[in-house]
Design a protein around this ligand. Structure first.
Ligand SMILES: C[S@@+](CC[C@H](N)C(=O)[O-])C[C@H]1O[C@@H](n2cnc3c(N)ncnc32)[C@H](O)[C@@H]1O
Length: 235
């Protein structure tokens, strides 16, 4: 686990609450009961907890690179779950192993040049006809002052500047999916809460000024951002 993410993990966990986005993702998975499902980068395990505890016949596998999150997720389960430490760049599964794959806000944690390979790995372990739900922030185009400022601040974050994580635009995601033989069936944009404190440590006059403007624009309101959910099928 990279040190930068370790430092952020505790803050991320505090901010992460069950929301309508999780409800949406769950319904898009279209689980009937006994599918095999892989969740990549399960983090604190909110969705995992729901899946494992409510679908006893589901063959759930969750992976993450961070021991910290694997332990936290395991503590939420009231029955055994297959949780493993692995990197999304090299999935430790045979080809065509899963009916469903879920990744929410996880696979952008690799450099840009690694992303096509990540999508190829996902495609490899998904069964033909299988479904991928990929939910990612910072892909939707910025359309107003609030989203333009938030996008700009996000791009200024050191982990993004250093290329340790990369947020493709929706168009780039579409190209990555197509190259990995993953057909997009549908796309859905959903609002999710945005904690502006994530930008608090950014240095520089421009960043400070952008953050002040953004706080003013959201004054008295709960800041939100847009998440894009791609519903894909492996042909
Ligand atoms: C922003 S969190 C999202 C967690 C979870 N999906 C959720 O919605 O709460 C990103 C997660 O991806 C994991 N992650 C980062 N890089 C990864 C990699 N290369 N392979 C697998 N997991 C990774 C992190 O450890 C973290 O748990």
């Amino acid at each position: 686990m990279r040190e930068h993410w370790k430092a952020e993990a505790a803050g991320y966990t505090e901010d992460r609450h069950w929301s309508s986005v999780d409800e949406t993702v769950l319904s898009l998975l279209e689980i009937t009961g006994s599918e095999s499902l892989l969740e990549i980068g399960l983090g604190p395990g909110l969705v995992a907890q729901h899946l494992v505890n409510n679908y006893p016949k589901l063959e759930y596998y969750g992976l993450d690179v961070a021991d910290f999150f694997l332990k936290m997720a395991a503590s939420r389960m009231n029955q055994h779950a297959n949780l493993l430490k692995a990197d999304t760049r090299a999935l430790p599964f045979q080809a065509q192993s899963f009916d469903r794959i879920l990744e929410m806000d996880a696979i952008h944690h690799v450099p840009k040049e690694a992303l096509p390979g990540v999508l190829r790995e996902i495609s490899r372990v998904l069964k033909p006809g299988g479904r991928l739900i990929c939910a990612e922030d910072w892909a939707a185009p910025a359309t107003d002052a609030r989203t333009r400022l938030a996008d700009s601040l996000q791009r200024r974050r050191p982990i993004v500047q250093k290329g340790w994580e990369y947020h493709p635009s929706e168009n780039e995601w579409r190209r990555f999916f197509a190259a990995a033989q993953l057909q997009i069936l549908r796309e859905q944009r959903v609002d999710r809460p945005l904690n502006l404190d994530r930008f608090e440590n950014l240095k520089g006059v421009q960043a400070r000024s952008e953050l002040t403007q953004l706080r003013e624009l959201w004054a008295g309101d709960h800041p939100i951002t847009t998440m894009t959910i791609f519903i894909c099928r492996k042909n």
